[in-house]
Each structure stands twice: as C-alpha cells, then as structure tokens.
Design a protein around this ligand. Structure first.
Ligand code: DQA
Length: 144
C-alpha cells in the first residue's frame, strides 16, 4: 500500500522560505520522518509542484496507486476548485495538512476548498502535521 504526500506551490522552498512561519526543516526531512512511521507493507511517495495542473494529475494518479493522500495544497487550498474536484474523485482517506496555523493568519487563509473533502485537517503543528496525517491514513487503511 502506498500513501501519497502531495505538496503545492512554494513548498519546494520549505526550510528556506519564511522560516519564522514554516521552520527550518525541509521536504526531505518531512519524507524521512514520515517514512520512519511506516509499518511493513506500506510505502510512501512525496511530491511537490508549483503547478496546479500537476497537482490535479497526481491526484488522478493516486486513484490507481495510493491507498490514502496527505496533502498540503499550500496557496491552492484557498483558491482551487480544480484541486477539490480532483480530490472528490479519490475514494480513500484524505488528510489536509498546514504547517502554520492558518486560522491565526490573514483572513484569506481561513477558507479552504480542500476541507470540503478532507477527512481530517491539521494546522499549526509544524512539519509534525505530516506525520499525524500519515498516522491517520495508516489507522484508516490498516484493515482495508
Ligand atoms: C500553508 C498555508 C497556506 O496559507 C500557504 O499559502 C502555504 C502553506 C501551510 O502549510 O501553513 O503556502 O499551506
């Protein structure tokens, strides 16, 4: 079973971008921390793109290849009906992750299209949020 961890725009700069908000850890650290949680029989694939259409294509790919999705859609959270529509075609569990507490920030970050589909939402736990998301996908898929 494979878990997809998808990341939207600007998260390639995680660790360098506004570290006072997002911290100094990188997506490579996220991947290593999440991989350490996987029981036998599970794998994960972490991907990042700055392009909305690429995220949509990876969600379609996940329909065939993934048992669950952990997604930080970044700014697309607040803008993208296309990402929401793609997620609505996926049948397994979806956990939405935000590194920062979006509710403590500008009001335009308070609304999420993705939350209309997500089974759970994690915000403000730093990169540990990804690990929580993976744990939840494991719980929801272990008997499936
Ligand atoms: C983010 C929060 C979004 O509002 C922002 O656009 C991001 C990252 C987070 O992880 O806290 O790029 O999703």
């Amino acid at each position: 079973k494979t878990i997809y961890i998808l990341n939207g725009p600007n998260l390639n700069l995680l660790g360098k971008r506004q570290p006072e908000i997002y911290g100094y850890d990188t997506l490579a650290d996220v991947e290593a921390n999440c991989r350490a949680l996987l029981p036998d029989g599970y794998d994960l694939t972490l991907k990042q793109s700055n392009w909305e259409g690429q995220i949509v294509d990876w969600i379609h790919e996940a329909r065939e290849k993934a048992c669950g999705i952990v997604i930080n859609p970044a700014a697309l959270t607040h803008t993208s009906v296309a990402v929401l529509d793609a997620l609505n075609t996926f049948e397994g569990p979806i956990i939405e992750v935000h590194i920062s507490n979006v509710h403590k920030r500008e009001s335009f970050r308070h609304h999420s299209y993705v939350s209309l589909r997500a089974d759970g939402v994690i915000a403000g736990l730093g990169i540990e949020g990804y690990e929580m998301g993976v744990r939840r996908v494991l719980t929801l898929t272990k008997d499936a």
